[in-house]
Design a protein around this ligand. Sequence first.
Ligand SMILES: *Cc1c(COP(=O)(O)O)cnc(C)c1O
Length: 236
Amino acid sequence: METLSQRYFQVVDRIRIDCEAAGRDPNTVHLLAVSKTRSAADVCALATLGQRDFAENYLQEALDKISTCANDQLCWHFIGPIQSNKTRDIATSFSWVHSVDRAKIAQRLNDQRPTHLPPLNICIQVNIDDEDSKSGVSLLDVTALAEHIANLPRLQLRGLMAIPRADSDDNNRAAFDKLAMTLSSLRHTIAISDVDKGKVALLDTLSMGMSGDFGSAIAAGATHVRIGTALFGPRQ
Ligand SMILES: *Cc1c(COP(=O)(O)O)cnc(C)c1O
């Protein structure tokens, strides 16, 4: 059986190779280790190997690991569905939230972000294949939500996130290209509409690609790949 460290360096290597194939600098792609359902011991072990970014879907489980690991070099990303009563803890304990899909949640995260911390980095989750079962804002509503978030002082709008419907024919390439195009048009719209308001939306982030499809996400411009299974093995 492969060890965690073997799998980790294989994933790091594959990201580098995929970047080279796409003519991209490997430093422009961040590996998020999706540690949901994994132990704090596994998180600490990966941190020892040099991994810094960890992503979690369930708040309570995440808070336990954040306090157990107690390592202020680590950067925590929230990637799961968000209920209103969880926003305070999310705004306090995370640096990034990738799964914002409504204005009300954005507003609460803004209001509850502690003043001693920098603005909370936000990605809008897009329901890229328009599936009934998936969370995420529809493509038609991305601009309105982005404008709302860009004007909240305690949030820093960074970009878009999506979980495409698994399409084995093209490894989700069409969906990833669609998300990348949505980000570039958003960059244009937001830059114009917010030019007088003194707040800059960075819009430098495409959070896309998981264990099965991160190669094609990188080819389509992903800046943050969210990888669980390929790092830690199958979830129970
Ligand atoms: C679980 C999860 C992942 C990781 O999926 P793997 O297939 O295990 O790599 C990535 N993104 C989100 C939003 C997830 O919930």
